[in-house]
Design a binder for this molecule. Structure first.
Ligand code: ACO
Length: 326
């Protein structure tokens, strides 16, 4: 029996032009390139200008993804943006983009807030809508300007984050309904609200009418990130009917190279098969996975037929995984 599956037909990304190195940071707070790179693997990150908005980064990433997919803007019939740094409290950044991209009136547009897991959450929503036949071509974006909620006097957090956007186009196609199909073969998402306080903004619209700064208990996040990222891959592989040995590329959330190394070891995935961008992107939250995916496609690493495993973990805590055969 044939089934509908979401095919990944194009990806794109945008990084702000401004680069902030570890040496630059060591002139702003008491830190060093040595401390940052040995503990996190981060060497530099991109930082948006004051007037460079999440929607601007999203737009450029979307245009690249649309071009790579070889479709017209008006073929998109659903747009979803994963972000915790939308341009305005409301409406959704996706609605602003819909206008900027000239999508047909009536095209549904929404944002999703699942922090660093946002792209996996948004992809699951898009994939479910595609498989139900409600949508044919979905534009899924992860985009952040975390620099705007970073306390640049706090060395515990300011060395970790960066700005950017990644975009993916998923399109419905009939498939045989086996584990050898192309397209999204599995998605799985989770949350545990009891961990809310370990990684959060210290402010909010309802709380005190401010955006606030990122607050993080790094050691707690570190501990929980590793098993969560492992579970994201293992559980979604199970749903897909595949095994670790079938994975050609692993695209983890890019928070910290030590976390990525540990997860790859636990999964027994060789680091040669792991896409790493945290060294030059830092942690870009919801943008991290689509940015890494799009860079890997642009570099010709991921090829037609490859099985890509994705897993993410972030504030909430939220986490999850996804398996795609491209
Ligand atoms: N430069 C120099 N020293 C620093 C810096 C800095 N930028 N930041 C903290 N320190 C100091 C601390 O103050 C502390 O000093 P003290 O012992 O005198 O108090 C010392 O370095 C050790 O700090 P630790 O917190 O023990 O360092 P740790 O080895 O845990 O590394 C880190 C910190 C990198 C944040 C780590 O805990 C981590 O990676 N956690 C995961 C969190 C993460 O990746 N978060 C991203 C968001 S979450 C997500 O995306 C999933």
């Amino acid at each position: 029996m044939t089934v509908i599956r979401s095919q990944l037909i194009g990806t794109g990304y945008k990084l702000p032009a401004k680069v902030l190195t570890n040496d630059d940071l060591s002139k702003m707070v008491e830190t060093s390139d040595e401390w940052i790179s040995t503990r996190t693997g981060i060497r530099s990150r991109h930082i948006a200008e004051k007037d460079e908005l999440t929607s601007d980064l999203s737009y450029d990433a979307a245009v690249m993804a649309i071009k790579n997919a070889g479709i017209k803007n008006e073929e998109i019939d659903f747009i979803i943006v994963a972000t915790v740094t939308g341009d305005t409290t409301f409406p959704a950044t996706a609605a602003k983009l819909s206008k900027k991209l000239g999508l047909l009136p009536g095209t549904p547009a929404m944002d999703v807030n699942a922090a660093c897991s946002g792209f996996v959450y948004a992809s699951q929503i898009a994939d479910n809508m595609i498989r139900l036949g409600q949508v044919k071509t979905a534009l899924v974006i992860g985009a952040e300007t975390l620099s705007k909620i970073t306390d640049w006097t706090d060395r515990n957090t300011c060395v970790l984050f960066g700005d950017g956007a990644g975009a993916a186009i998923f399109r419905a196609a009939e498939c045989a309904g086996t584990k050898d199909d192309t397209g999204v073969l599995a998605t799985k998402i989770y949350a545990d609200g009891s961990q809310f306080d370990h990684l959060c903004s210290d402010s909010g619209v309802s709380l005190n009418q401010k955006a606030g700064f990122i607050h993080m208990d790094g050691k707690e996040v570190f501990k929980i990130a590793i098993p969560s990222l492992v579970q994201g891959v293992e559980e979604s592989l199970k749903i897909a009917g595949l095994e670790v040995a079938d994975v050609d590329w692993y695209v983890p959330h890019q928070a910290n190279l030590r976390i990525i190394d540990s997860v790859a070891k636990k999964l027994e995935i060789d680091m040669d098969k792991v896409i790493v961008t945290v060294d030059h992107h830092g942690n870009t939250s919801a943008a991290s996975i689509p940015l890494a995916l799009a860079e890997a496609f642009a570099a010709g690493k991921i090829k037609k037929g490859d099985v890509v495993a994705v897993s993410a973990m972030g504030a909430g805590f939220t986490w999850g995984g996804m398996i795609i055969r491209v």
